[in-house]
Design a protein around this ligand. Structure first.
Ligand SMILES: Nc1ncnc2c1ncn2[C@@H]1O[C@H](COP(=O)(O)OP(=O)(O)OP(=O)(O)O)[C@@H](O)[C@H]1O
Ligand SMILES: [Mg+2]
Length: 295
C-alpha cells in the first residue's frame, strides 16, 4: 500500500445505529443528506476497499484489570487475503478477534472494515450483518437437523435474505446451499443428521453455515484443532479455495497447517505484532524462534 490511507468515515454509517437494527430505508435517507463536497457517493453498508485493505487496526489496546491483552496492535489485511496469525498462548490472538467482531471494545485505537466502516461503533449483530463472520472453536451445529437444514437455517438467519423461517426456499437459495455443500464437501451427507458427522465434518458444516451468509471476512480461531491429519489437509484445501472470494483470517498453532496455507503470516506476542512476512521470513526471525517456534 502506498502512504497512509485516510480512515475517516465519510458519512455516519447506517450500522452505527447503536442498539437498533439496521434499517436500509433509513440508511438510504441518511445518505441523501450526506456531505456532497466529499465528491464520492458512498453506498451504505458497502465495504470500501479502494485502498486495498479490508480490515485495518491501528493502535488497538485492550486492558483487563491493568493487564494489556492487546498493546498498541497494528494490523492491515488486504481484501481477499488469507492471513495467518500465530503466536504463543496468551499473545492476544483471540482477543484481537473479539475486538474485530465487537465482543470486546478496545480501550484505545482504530478498527475499520474497509475505509468507511468504524467497527468500534457497531454491536456484534451489526458487525455480523455487515459481513464479518466468525467461527468459534467448538462446533455449534444442530445435531438433530440434517446438514441441509443446518445450512437452510443459517441462510434464513441472514437478514439480507429477508426470508422468514417458515418460507420455502426459492431456487436461488437452494442453489446457494448446494454450492456451499459442494464447497465443504458434504453433498453426500446433506440429508443425514448433522450429529452423525465426524468432528472435522462438523467444523466444515459450521464454516458452511457462515458461507451461506456470504461473508466478506471470515475469522477462524484454531479451525483444525482436534481434526485428523486427513481432515486437516482437506481444510487447508478448503481455505485455499475460499481465498480471493473471501478474506480469511486464520489463527492456528498447527504449524504444518499454517505452512500449507500461508501467504502472509503475522506473529503476535504480548498483544503486539512481533513479526510479519512470508513463512520463511518469520520462521527465520530469531525473535519469533525465541518466543514461539523454538519452544
Ligand atoms: N475476559 C478476560 N478477562 C481477563 N483476561 C483476559 C480475558 N480475555 C483474555 N484475557 C487474557 O488476555 C491474554 C490474551 O488472551 P487471548 O485469549 O487473546 O490469547 P491467545 O493468543 O488467543 O492465546 P491461545 O493461543 O492460548 O488461544 C491472556 O493473558 C488472557 O488470560
Ligand atoms: Mg486463543
Amino acid at each position: 500500500m502506498n502512504g497512509t490511507p485516510q480512515y475517516a468515515p465519510v458519512v455516519a454509517h447506517p450500522y452505527a445505529l447503536t442498539g437498533t437494527e439496521y434499517d436500509p430505508g433509513r440508511a438510504a435517507g441518511s445518505v441523501a443528506g450526506g456531505d456532497a463536497s466529499y465528491g464520492r457517493v458512498v453506498v451504505p453498508g458497502e465495504v470500501d476497499v479502494s485502498h486495498g485493505a479490508i480490515l485495518y487496526l491501528e493502535g488497538v489496546t485492550v486492558s483487563f484489570d491493568g493487564f494489556r491483552a492487546l498493546n498498541d496492535l497494528n494490523l492491515s489485511v488486504d481484501d481477499g487475503e488469507l492471513r495467518c496469525i500465530i503466536g504463543p498462548n496468551g499473545a492476544g490472538k483471540t482477543t484481537m478477534m473479539d475486538v474485530i467482531t465487537g465482543k470486546t471494545r478496545p480501550d484505545a485505537g482504530t478498527v475499520y472494515f474497509g475505509q468507511t466502516i468504524d467497527l468500534t461503533r457497531l454491536n456484534e449483530v451489526a458487525i455480523a450483518h455487515a459481513g464479518i463472520g466468525r467461527k468459534f472453536q467448538k462446533p455449534t451445529v444442530f445435531e438433530n437437523l440434517t446438514v441441509f437444514e443446518n445450512l437452510e437455517l443459517a441462510l434464513k438467519a441472514d437478514k439480507r435474505a429477508r426470508a422468514s423461517l417458515l418460507a420455502k426456499l426459492d431456487g436461488e437459495q437452494r442453489d446457494r446451499i448446494d454450492a456451499v455443500l459442494a464447497t465443504i464437501k458434504l453433498a453426500d451427507a446433506a440429508h443425514g443428521p448433522a450429529g452423525r458427522l465426524s468432528h472435522g465434518q462438523k467444523q466444515w458444516l459450521e464454516i458452511g453455515m457462515l458461507l451461506a451468509q456470504e461473508p466478506r471476512v471470515l475469522l477462524l480461531d484454531e479451525p483444525v484443532a482436534g481434526m485428523t491429519d486427513q481432515e486437516t489437509a482437506e481444510t487447508a484445501e478448503l481455505f485455499l479455495s475460499l481465498k480471493g472470494k473471501h478474506t480469511l483470517i486464520v489463527v492456528e498453532h498447527d504449524m504444518d497447517f499454517i505452512n500449507t496455507i500461508a501467504g502472509t503470516v503475522t506473529v503476535l506476542h504480548e498483544g503486539h505484532v512481533l513479526a510479519e512476512g512470508d513463512m520463511a521470513t518469520v520462521q527465520n526471525d530469531p525473535r519469533v524462534v525465541e518466543v514461539y517456534l523454538g519452544r
